[in-house]
Design a protein around this ligand. Structure first.
Ligand SMILES: Nc1nc2c(ncn2[C@@H]2O[C@H](COP(=O)(O)OP(=O)(O)OP(=O)(O)O)[C@@H](O)[C@H]2O)c(=O)[nH]1
Length: 552
């Protein structure tokens, strides 16, 4: 210090350059202070204040003529040297995490501990020579000659500390640059450049003894940083246009947007939201559920554990809005802290009504389709059934017989066919009347249905004529089965409107493959057997047998 009071001071172009950089950075700080808030604004200003300290000490060292004074001023630069990279890392962290807050006093105190320790160690170097060794001396005997510093272990410790922050800064920036695009990515990449140039200059000085004016070139590279910031601010809209543009966008947006804090109080609302709530400007911050008009609906939405990103709200009579609730998160180290929520509303009344109409029309046409297909099924069922007895009619005979014949051929199984005709039905009609005849027809249909298997097909093929398809039965088995039914039918009188009526039927039976391989062949033989049954006295079943008719 005493050396400095005796030292003469020499002005030089290098000193002018250092002071020009100092003035430029000072101007940058003043300009930034006047700008609206941006993430990391205060740590950005503090970083440059630290660089001002360093440059001033460097300019003074350049101007000082006595070696003792130069070494004292070199030690004086250390708070700036060590503070600058740590504050720069703090700024970048806040910037990439959109943290607008003033750095906490405790954070600043923690960041300042190491710079003060290194400063104290540098100032006490004449006693311990652990920062700069005793071999540090002017490069020549000329007055004002620069000092060739020989670095001691404490110097390298300080360098490691500083380089750690530079490394962290580069990591933060590269990570942010990779996850962003457009203007933001350009900002991050420019920040990488601003970080790497002074660091490279410092490494070349510390490890490769590259100097500028016989001096550490690092503070001079701040001129490049300054140029980069001027370019970023003027050309790449750093710190200025983006928040402004976002604010303008929010103001001009026709859709209502609300920002609520952790206590669900509205802390910001754009004009569209105020208009929707019919709130005058200025409005007071109030709980979202108390907002006129749509507060209760929004309150419910926020409190519900509804994870769906979009909800439909009916806010006013007949007005529908799509509501998106987005959490506003702030990342702190590895934890993400929720600061509040942003609610974005978009009116979708017309779409919603159209959608409702569409879904109503869709439901109606589905209902109609169901009715039509039901009717269709009923018609289909009716088309193949005899309306009086509900037995199958001739129309279905072909289809069922063909299907059963194929199955019989495939399984090599017999398939019997029985033709039945009510005996003396004309006489019954004549005696009791046609309606009673109908009752007898219905009764026989029901009777056959109860006596035969589910798999047997029963058809009414004429006035009082029926046909039964009996899958799996031979002629003999079919005759036995039908004879049994024939006997039971004849034994039981039928209840009609005219009292008890007795009736009987006759039948002829033929089967695949013994009597034929086609429907018509089997039908002819069964018919002939029926004729035989009638001729033999009725009330019996006669089977056809290979061209001849076998009696029971
Ligand atoms: N009630 C009623 N009678 C019918 C129906 N269809 C046909 N018939 C009558 O059935 C009778 C058939 O008589 P026929 O063919 O002479 O035979 P049958 O009197 O039964 O004498 P066999 O067959 O020789 O025993 C006719 O009188 C027809 O009018 C019908 O749907 N309802």
């Amino acid at each position: 210090m005493s050396d400095c009071s005796w030292s003469s001071w020499q002005w030089s172009p290098e000193v002018s350059l250092a002071l020009a950089v100092w003035v430029g950075i000072g101007g940058l700080i003043v300009w930034i202070a006047r700008q609206s808030n941006f993430p990391g604004k205060y740590s950005f200003m503090l970083t440059h204040a630290a660089s001002l300290w360093w440059i001033l000490a460097a300019a003074a060292e350049l101007a000082a003529q006595l070696p003792g004074c130069k070494m004292f001023l070199a030690a004086m630069a250390w708070p700036g040297i060590v503070l600058m990279p740590s504050l720069w890392a703090l700024f970048l962290w806040q910037y990439v995490n959109s943290d607008y807050r003033l750095p906490k006093a405790s954070t600043l105190a923690r960041v300042s501990i190491a710079p003060f320790i290194f400063w104290a160690l540098a100032l006490t170097n004449p006693w311990h020579h652990l920062f700069y060794t005793a071999a540090s001396a002017p490069v020549s005997s000329e007055p004002g000659a620069p000092i060739a510093y020989q670095h001691g272990p404490l110097f390298y410790m300080a360098a490691i500390y500083v380089y750690g922050f530079m490394l962290a800064s580069t990591g933060i920036l590269l990570h942010a640059a990779l996850g962003s695009n457009g203007l933001y990515r350009r900002h991050y990449l420019a920040f990488v450049l601003v970080t790497l140039i002074p660091w490279a200059a410092n490494i070349s000085y510390v490890f490769f003894q590259r100097s500028l004016f016989g001096f550490d070139p690092t503070p001079f590279t701040f001129a490049l940083s300054l140029a980069a910031f001027i370019w970023l601010i003027r050309r790449a809209q750093l710190f200025d246009v983006i928040p402004l543009a976002r604010h303008l966008l929010l103001e001009a947006l026709p859709d209502p947007v609300l920002v609520i804090d952790r206590q669900n109080r509205v802390v910001d609302a754009n004009p569209a939201a105020l208009q929707l709530a019919d709130l005058p400007k200025p409005w007071q911050a109030r709980a979202v559920r108390d907002w006129p008009g749509f507060g209760s609906a929004l309150g419910e939405l926020i409190n519900s554990e509804n994870d769906s990103p979009v909800s439909i709200l009916k806010l006013e009579p007949d007005r529908f809005y799509e509501a998106r609730v987005m959490a506003i998160k702030h990342r702190q180290r590895r934890q993400a802290q929720t600061l509040g929520k942003m609610i974005y509303l978009r009116e979708i009344t017309d779409q919603h009504k159209a959608q409702l109409q569409l879904s109503r029309a869709l439901a109606l046409s589905k209902e109609r389709l169901r009715t039509i297909s039901q009717l269709h099924e009923e018609l289909q069922a009716q088309a193949i059934r005899d309306p009086l007895t509900r037995l199958y009619n001739r129309r279905f005979l072909d289809e069922l017989f063909t299907r059963e014949l194929r199955r019989a051929e495939r399984d090599q199984a017999p398939l019997a066919l029985a033709v039945i005709d009510i005996d003396h039905f004309k006489a019954l009609n004549d005696r009791y009347g046609h309606p009673v005849g109908d009752e007898v027809l219905v009764y026989i249909g029901e009777f056959l249905r109860t006596q035969l298997r589910e798999s047997d097909g029963i058809f009414r093929i004429g006035g009082e004529e029926f046909l039964v398809i009996l899958p799996g039965l031979t002629t003999e088995q079919a005759q036995q089965r039908m004879s049994y039914i024939c006997q039971r039918f004849a034994q039981k009188p039928i209840t009609t409107r005219e009292g008890f009526v007795s009736a009987s039927f006759s039948g002829g039976v033929a089967a695949f493959p013994s009597e034929g391989h086609h429907f018509q062949a089997l039908m002819d033989k069964a018919d002939a057997a029926l004729y035989q049954a009638k001729a033999e006295g009725r009330n019996r079943i006669v089977r056809a047998s290979n061209g001849a008719y076998a009696k029971p």
